[in-house]
Write a protein that binds this ligand. Sequence first.
Ligand SMILES: Cc1ncc(COP(=O)(O)O)c(C=O)c1O
Length: 442
Amino acid sequence: MIVRDLDRTREQLARLLDEAHTDEAGNLSEVAAQILKQRADLLAAAARHETPFYLFDRPGFREALRQFAQVFGSHLPQHRPFYAVKSNHHPWVVQEAVAQGYGLDVSSGRELHQALHSAAQQIVFSGPAKSIADHELALQHADRVIINLDSHGELARLGAATERSGRAIRAGVRICTQHHGAWSKFGIPLSELGSLWRAAQRHPLVQLVGIQSHLSWNRDALPYERLIADLGHYLGSEFSAEERATIQFIDLGGGFRPHRLEGYFPWDHPVGTLARTAAEHFGESTEFAHDYYLKDSVPLLSYAERIGAAIATHLAPLVHCAYYTEPGRVVSTHSMHILLRVVDRKSDGLVIVDGGINMVGWERYLHIYCPVVNLTHPALTEIPVRIGGSLCDCEDVWGSRCYAERIEEGDVLIVPYQGAYTFCVAQNFIRSIPPVHELTSG
Ligand SMILES: Cc1ncc(COP(=O)(O)O)c(C=O)c1O
């Protein structure tokens, strides 16, 4: 037997099957309606440029940046957003974030170079395994760069680099808590914050003035509330008032999820996985009740209000500092759309388009439902049709439904709001990575 305790597994499986499933069945027609407001401009872009391509939507991205900064700025004391470059590093995207007053959050020497060549006034440099060259580059630009230390070892290495160069730099330290799971790869445990803070005194040119933490995929504010409560408790009991007074910023990272843009498939829910695995094992098929469910998350305002309230309760009585955030996907998802053209209509149920999932770097649409809209023959309801990509790879699929009245060869399809972790993880697999063009209006 593959499990040690079969009775226990049986009981767990039964409990899982009996659990109520309350996620909302998918309907993202609002996303289709939203993008169709720009239909004429989108079709004009497809007429001007050969498909496939990424379409940079400057006004859409600007609005997402504006909303985030406005909502968080009204609830977090001295809030400063740093755009997470890793989520989309295209120069137009990064420049627009800077133009909207954002600092930049970078995670490698390459990203640091890019940020230093931009007009960003403030750059936070996080991430593991920074090299000596990375530290030296940051030190040359210490007026703009804050280093978020990832370990005790990094403190020693940065300390040595400051002594070699005679330059000082501001730094924060990344922490993780018992809630960080796989993310505990980064930073130091909260319980070691005091010892690192004191060890930094041995490196007078490392000005340790901040604390950072990050977790991705937060569907609501709970992870931030927990972090803030844990940190408040720790700073209250383990830091002296003098030490607390040296804290100039607390950086809460990114991890805010775009609201109502994506869904998940029933077979990726634990019950669905189980049902499908069992059926397939016996050579049978599973009929699922719905095509997809919403990957829900709260609106920006709810994150910001609850984070602001947690700061007021746990940190404001102890520390008077600025609060940084590092939004990635919640803003950059709005920066780009993907435009494709139907090359072959093989049957009512299968079309092939000219772009492949090398544009997004992985089999994203087998795991995440994203609306696909036919710009040529649009509708606010979907037809069932498998949309195969241009790669000689059976997992190259954009979806199995399309907001369309019908679908024909030559039709232009859009996968809207695909700016996050797509362009930046694109692959040269089989085909080259297509170009980025800019959406223009009128
Ligand atoms: C340190 C750090 N900050 C910010 C982000 C951005 O996260 P998200 O795109 O989920 O907002 C990441 C992503 O992994 C990160 O590692």
